[in-house]
Design a protein around this ligand. Structure first.
Ligand code: HEC
Length: 149
C-alpha cells in the first residue's frame, strides 16, 4: 500500500519534470524530405552564424536568449541530416554518414558549450560565457573542415 503510494508520487514527480523539460525545449518537427532537411539545416546554420557574430557583445537576458537558441539548434543538428540527404544546393559530404559518431560528437560538444554558456549568462559569469562562446565557435570550423564541401 505504502509502496504503491510512493510509486504514484514518484510518477507524479516525473510527470512534472517531463512537462518542465518540454517547455524548456523549443518546438521542433523533423524534416519530412531530404529537400526540407537541406533547407532547414542551411537556415539553422545561418541563424547560428548571425548569433555568433553578435554574441560576444551580449549580456544578461540577451545572452541567455542567444545561448538558448544555439543550444536548441545544436540539439537538432543530427535530425537535420537524415542519411544520404545531399540534394539541391547541399554542400554536405557523404563522410557525415560514414563517420556519424564523429559528426554527432561535434554537435554534442557545441550543445554542451551552449548549455554552459547559458548557465554562465544566467549567473552573470562573463569569463565563463566567453569561454563557452570560444568552444562553440571552434565547433563550426571543426565540422565544416571534415563534413562540408
Ligand atoms: C556538426 C557539424 C556542423 C557544425 C557544428 C556546424 N556546421 Fe555549419 N554546416 C555543416 C554542414 C554539413 C553544412 C552544409 C549543409 C548543406 O548544405 O546541406 C553547413 C553549412 C553551413 C553554412 C552554409 C548555409 C547555406 O546557406 O548553405 C553556414 C553559414 C554555416 N554552416 C555556419 C555554421 C556556423 C556559424 C557554425 C557554428 C556556430 C556551424 N555552421 C556549425 C555542418 C556543421
Amino acid at each position: 500500500m505504502l509502496n504503491r503510494k510512493v510509486t504514484a508520487l514518484a510518477l507524479a514527480a516525473f510527470a512534472v519534470i517531463g512537462v518542465a523539460t518540454a517547455i524548456a525545449q523549443d518546438a521542433f518537427t523533423p524534416p519530412a524530405t531530404p529537400e526540407e532537411a537541406v533547407e532547414m539545416r542551411q537556415g539553422l546554420m545561418k541563424e547560428d552564424g548571425g548569433i555568433l557574430r553578435v554574441a560576444g557583445n551580449l549580456s544578461g537576458a540577451e545572452a541567455v536568449a542567444a545561448m538558448t537558441t544555439l543550444r536548441d539548434n545544436y540539439s537538432h543538428i543530427p535530425a537535420l541530416f537524415p542519411e544520404g540527404s545531399i540534394v539541391g544546393s547541399s554542400k554536405a559530404l557523404p563522410a557525415i554518414w560514414e563517420n556519424w559518431d564523429a559528426f554527432t560528437a561535434i554537435a554534442e560538444t557545441g550543445q554542451a558549450a551552449a548549455e554552459a554558456g547559458l548557465a554562465a549568462a544566467e549567473a552573470g559569469d562573463a569569463a565563463g560565457y566567453a569561454a563557452a562562446l570560444k568552444t562553440l565557435m571552434g565547433t563550426c570550423g571543426q565540422c565544416h573542415q571534415q563534413f562540408r564541401s
